[in-house]
Design a protein around this ligand. Sequence first.
Ligand code: ATP
Ligand code: ZN
Length: 319
Amino acid sequence: MDVQALTDAKPVGGAGDAAQPAFLDRLLEAGLLIESGVPGLYGRSAVFESIADGLNAAVTRIGADQHAEVLRFPPAMGQRDFETSEYLKSFPQLAGTVHSFCGDDRGHHRLLARLEDKQDWTDQQEPTGVVLTPAACYPVYPVIARRGPLPADGKVVDVLSYCYRHEPSLEPTRMQLFRMREYVCLGTPEQIVAFRNKWMERGQALGRALQLPVELDIANDPFFGRGGKIVADSQREQKLKFELLIPVNDGAGPTACMSFNYHMDHFGELWHIALPDGGVAHTGCVGFGIERLTLALLRHHGLDLSRWPQPVRETLGGV
Ligand code: ATP
Ligand code: ZN
């Protein structure tokens, strides 16, 4: 999907209720999201988190048969691993790097003088070798690669991470820091295709159990620049990415709330992930956008959880 520019929030209500405040304003007024002064950077209330927890628990329940290895990483990775992932080749516009003050007393004085004079002080910061995680599955590949060849029946990893993408927007569904829950599959092409087919079915079933209007469609990632268009077209042609779309924002098309990705041997080659016979492993992942799914539920069932349909609350473990 296209990276969207900073847009004015559209009036909510669709059903002709133009007088109702925008969805983002309603979320802020209800205290479900908490403003930070930066578009796409919000605090979350206990109620918002209870829905997010319910979603995560539901994903764990439907994924129990995967016998996945649970791995949790902080929302950052080392610069070297980030470079190896080639993220900057495809999505330089989305990446976020961590910088810090590394100077001496004189440097500190300079920094404080800049602040005092209300001048830019950020050029006094230096790279730390830490980069924010752009997708929850990225830290998994180097870890599995280091362990040596994969087991014969492949491997499934369960990850959950806050992810950073520099795409400031006033659409509440497009945040700069958000959680992505993923199952990542590493193995033969047949294993990945079967994994992805299974999860496309399960993703739709979860959407239906949550009584959300879902639609599955072919998609592409927002590859950067002129060359990026060719890569995106080829990704679509080869049906490497599917998204589960749900209408959330008014005056805009439906939002991708889950994605089902087949990377072929891209990460296997980059990280030298080997099959038992020495061949290059293929990989795929299913990603659940925890904030987007939470917002979809709030949008369709209302901001008062006590009025949500009982089966939906039960699917979420009784929110
Ligand atoms: P989009 O096309 O809308 O930019 P995507 O489908 O390319 O998103 P993926 O890279 O597939 O996103 O990420 C997996 C999931 O993470 C998405 O399906 C979505 O639910 C969630 N996600 C992606 N970007 C954001 C964002 N900026 N804010 C909130 N959730 C996001
Ligand atoms: Zn992934």
